[in-house]
Design a protein around this ligand. Structure first.
Ligand code: ADP
Length: 390
């Protein structure tokens, strides 16, 4: 039994064939630069990688070539027992508090939500449309926002004129929800406790924090869009919205220019000149003061959210690091936990330094908060949610 998980971008299709029970990944791959003359397809199976370089006109042709790859290099889709196709969808707006079987109506709603997810939803729809035509199994949409539809009103509501908010659907939707739900669930399982006050720090190129009480999200740092919150690879995270007025009035910048500045040229990239945390550490170690300051701002923002969420929840049982930097960067985790020492957080430095793909506890037995590292696996989470829905 398998699920084919698809993450369709505007010019790309990422896919993975997963056994939702064992969690095994049977094959995965990527089609990129669709619509250009230099399109590229890479299919990985059993540790081997097969590549194809040819112009791929559109998503339909891309997916046809992916199916050919499966037929030629395996595993055979006919024998893999595909039960569903699970699609990652970034913006589910107020309509979806869980995954949904994709019908014409659901497809239309994903389309209707495009103004709230202009970079993502139209791109997801390209993949959804062709997959619905090509695969004779149910297609399921798994929304990045769904986990945060349970946010209490007080954390989802911005203090803006109600009529404007209502008309333009302005509220905190959050993002990375599939990861926060999966990781907080893994922590619950690992600690064998449902009644937990948790903070999950998803620190990849995009970064977000969530507060989760008894399995339900009660706050999250991303907002109307993924721009709000933590310092990210290229995004500002929190910034006074008046900076926009200022840049329009004083610098004569257009809204699109500011959008690009805030979403792509800021964060670590803006402060240190590079959006990759590994490179920022390297520069900082070499004495680059901009990189050193970037790390200070990054950690400060994390501490700010950890403090806020602990107060919001009235306590903290488990603090978990996940995604690229969260899973791999022991120095970053050490810096964060050092700052939490006054609150009784004690990191086990030896456990923290171990590199592993397993979920693990890295605090000492007597730490006031259990600190964990849990590898996120959004594809597996999508596969499992798709199976639940069908
Ligand atoms: P995405 O948000 O693109 O899915 P990932 O979760 O893969 O990203 O995280 C990518 C980021 O993780 C990189 O930009 C890099 O900053 C960081 N990262 C990966 N490995 C390490 C490492 N060993 N040390 C520090 N940072 C790392």
């Amino acid at each position: 039994m398998t699920v084919l998980v698809i993450n369709s971008g505007s010019s790309s299709i990422k896919y993975q064939l997963i056994d939702p029970v064992s969690g095994d990944s049977l094959a995965k791959g990527l089609v990129e630069r669709i619509g250009e003359s230099t399109s590229h397809l890479e299919h990985e199976v059993g540790g081997e990688s097969f590549e194809l370089d040819q112009a791929i006109a559109d998503h339909a042709e891309g997916l046809t070539l992916v199916i050919n790859m499966f037929n030629t290099h395996g595993p055979s889709l006919a024998e893999a027992g595909i039960k569903a196709v699970g699609h990652r969808v970034v913006q589910g707006g107020k309509y979806f508090n869980k995954a949904a079987l994709i019908t014409d109506e659901v497809q239309q709603l994903i389309d209707d939500l495009s103004p709230l997810g202009p970079l993502h939803n139209p791109a997801h729809l390209k993949g959804i449309k062709v997959a619905r035509e090509m695969f004779d199994v149910p297609n399921v949409a798994v929304f990045d926002t769904a986990f945060f539809q349970s946010l209490p009103n007080e954390s989802a509501t911005y203090a803006i004129d109600r009529a404007v908010a209502e008309k333009y659907q302005i509220r905190r939707y959050g993002a990375h929800g599939t990861s926060h739900q999966f990781v907080s669930g893994q922590v619950s399982q690992m600690l064998d406790r449902e009644d937990l006050k948790q903070i999950v720090l998803h620190l990849g190129n995009g970064a977000s924090a969530s507060a989760v009480v008894n399995g339900k999200a009660v706050d999250t740092s991303m907002g109307l869009t993924p721009l709000e919150g933590l310092v990210m690879g290229g995004r500002t995270g929190d910034i006074d919205p008046a900076a926009v007025f200022h840049l329009v009035r004083q610098a004569g910048m257009s809204i699109d220019e500011i959008d690009t500045l805030f979403n792509k040229q800021s964060g670590l990239k803006g402060l240190a000149g590079d959006n990759d945390m590994r490179q920022v550490w390297k520069l900082a170690d070499e004495g680059d003061t901009n990189a050193q300051e970037a790390l200070e701002v990054y950690v400060h923002r994390l501490i700010h959210y950890i403090g806020a969420y602990t107060a919001v929840m009235g306590g903290l049982d488990a603090l978990t690091f996940t995604a690229g930097a969260g899973e791999n960067d022991s120095r970053l985790r050490e810096r964060v936990c050092e700052r939490l020492a006054p609150f009784g957080v004690k990191l086990d430095l030896e456990k923290n330094s171990v590199r592993s793909k397993e979920a693990r506890v890295i605090s000492t037995e007597d730490s006031a908060v259990t600190v964990c590292v849990v590898p996120t696996n959004e594809e597996l989470a999508i596969a499992r949610q798709a199976m639940e829905i069908i």
